[in-house]
Design a protein around this ligand. Structure first.
Ligand SMILES: [Zn+2]
Length: 82
């Protein structure tokens, strides 16, 4: 995957994937402490959660079809101007 540039949807997908990996690795154990950082309130899990929330809740990313979004027909490919 060496595209010259990524679409917003691709960037969003990568953000979500990476955040999920981090969250999986830094999931707190039964005592509430991160098994990797060995601290409570792991900053990396917090950052990953922020990224996930931003990537999934923000409506900036309107390139994927959302059931509640109004119909919008984007051509999907790179747009040439000029
Ligand atoms: Zn951690």
């Amino acid at each position: 995957m060496t595209a010259p540039f990524l679409s917003l949807a691709q960037i969003r997908n990568r953000l979500i994937l990476t955040a999920r990996w981090v969250l999986r690795d830094h999931r707190p154990g039964p005592d509430g402490r991160c098994p990797v950082c060995r601290t409570a309130g792991c900053p990396e899990a917090t950052a990953a959660r922020d990224v996930l929330r931003a990537a999934t809740e923000l409506r900036l990313w309107s390139t994927t079809a959302q059931p509640t979004a109004p119909d919008r027909h984007d051509p999907g490919g790179p747009r040439r101007s000029g």
